[in-house]
Design a protein around this ligand. Structure first.
Ligand SMILES: Cc1ncc(COP(=O)(O)O)c(C=O)c1O
Length: 455
């Protein structure tokens, strides 16, 4: 038989399905995982320990890596099986697949890793972070519904909530300062508000949300808590802290290569299954499907995510400390003067640091642009580019780029100054080599002595 299990490893071969099909062998359940495939064994609190519990899928020929299931469609032994699959009687939990816009085995396997990472019952991956966010909001909210959201969100998410959802679905949003819990409570409209949405660490202001308190507050009012954890995988585990759903732009740290656009929805199996429903599922019907080849590539990067996050965090902490000593106005959640430093310490998973993002406030867009020019073109400290989580340092002036969807009033409310330069700290080169490149660029700024008091 094609599937044997030992020590959490599953050897899976192509005959599994054929034998299981139509109950041709009465005892086939002995060989096919009985535990629903959408559920993972996320028993551990530490994300790395939890990832180590995910069953290791070997390749068709015993390869140490799983095989890629590249098929768009799947065959059955008997026509009757098709009817049973479409009625929901046979599904991916028993290795029955219909069509890859619905479940695909390789994408499902990546979903299991994401579920373990975030400590949720289930997860499924999508073609982008935005499609994960929009699909989950459409699944949880109905027409006329209401969202309470943080005023500081990635520009695309802000635009989705401000412009797109009200126009297309009559779903409206009240934006609040997520650190002001009274304001959050007051914004909730009993009987209408369906979701509380915020980023665990906000883009780009790096405000850290009090996930346990906000979750409690929302749950007291019967509201679902959705947290975007794109900035802090491994560092924070929102679902372990009380949130219901965690969304990711995998395009960032989880990918780490700045070569893939992808997303994920991690949450209760009931929610993930409902998103795949043939009649009502946002993922099934809107179709932001991840390609199986992409899922395979990404699943190979998950095992070293923890190591990468530690190094991003170690360098960000060191640079932020040194920048502060130079008199640069720097914001980093690892610094003691960050308003939520103690809160972050109380919520963070041990040993993963405080994240790979910091920002410096240059006070004007002109100065921000000049600094980025020197950092890229004079000293090769990093690249002027949006996005984050890459192995090279990436820098962008948020107000004129990834937060440009917000108008001036919304930017002021979100705390985004025109000179805010967001930096996603990479880990290539040595720390000292990169620091001397940073200093070199700063000294080239013609007004550096007035800008930075201590130079
Ligand atoms: C916090 C956050 N969430 C979601 C997204 C959207 O992700 P994607 O570009 O993968 O659609 C981004 C993109 O920058 C982001 O920064």
């Amino acid at each position: 038989m094609a599937e044997t299990q030992s020590f959490g490893f599953v050897l899976s071969g192509r005959n599994t399905r054929a034998a299981a099909d139509d109950g041709l062998q009465g005892d086939h359940d002995v060989f096919v995982a009985k535990k629903p495939m959408l559920q993972t064994m996320a028993v551990e609190n530490d994300p790395a320990a939890s990832l180590a519990c995910v069953r290791h899928q070997f390749g068709e020929h015993g390869g140490v890596n799983m095989s890629i299931e590249a098929s768009a469609t799947f065959t059955v032994m008997e026509p009757e099986t098709m009817r049973r699959m479409f009625s929901g009687e046979l599904g991916p939990e028993r290795d029955f697949f219909i069509y890859s816009r619905h479940f695909n085995p390789t994408v499902l396997n990546l979903g299991r890793q994401l579920a373990a990472l975030e400590g949720t019952e289930a997860a499924y991956c999508t073609a982008s972070g935005m499609s994960a966010i929009s699909s989950v909001l459409l699944q949880l909210c109905s027409s006329g519904g209401h969202v309470v959201a943080s005023a500081t969100l990635y520009g695309g998410t802000h635009a989705l909530l401000t412009h797109f959802l009200p126009r297309t679905c009559n779903i409206t949003t009240t934006f609040v300062d997520i650190t002001d819990h009274e304001a959050v409570k007051n914004a909730i409209v009993q009987g209408r508000t369906q979701v509380l949405f915020f980023e665990s660490m906000s883009n780009p202001t790096l405000t850290v949300a009090d996930i346990p308190e906000l979750s409690k507050l929302a749950h007291d009012k019967g509201i679902t808590v959705v947290v975007d954890n794109t900035f802090s995988p491994m560092v924070l585990s929102p679902a372990r802290l009380g949130a219901d759903v965690v969304v990711h732009s995998i395009s960032k740290f989880i990918s780490g290569g700045a070569d893939v656009i992808a997303g994920a929805v991690c949450g209760p199996a009931r929610l993930v299954n409902s998103m795949m429903d043939l009649h009502q599922g946002a993922l099934m019907l809107l179709g932001p499907t991840m390609n199986a080849k992409v899922a395979f590539e990404l699943s190979e990067r998950i095992p070293h995510l923890g190591l990468r996050m530690k190094e991003h965090g170690r360098r960000a902490m060191e640079y932020a400390t040194r920048m502060q000593k130079l008199g640069i106005k720097v914001v980093y959640p690892g610094l003691e003067d960050h308003p939520q430093h103690e809160l972050l310490k109380s919520m963070a998973n041990k040993e993963y640091g405080f994240g790979g993002l910091l920002y410096v406030d240059m006070e004007s867009e002109e100065r921000a642009n000049r600094l980025m020019h020197h950092l890229q073109n004079s000293s090769q400290f990093g690249l002027i580019a949006v996005s984050l989580g890459y192995y090279e340092t990436l820098m962008s002036c948020s107000g004129s780029s990834t937060s440009s969807e917000l108008n001036d009033k919304e930017k002021a409310l979100a705390g985004i100054s025109p000179g805010l330069v967001r930096m996603s700290i990479g880990y290539t080169g040595t720390l000292e080599q990169k620091w001397s490149q940073f200093e070199n660029a700063v000294f080239r700024m013609k007004d550096s002595s007035t800008m930075f008091k201590k130079i």
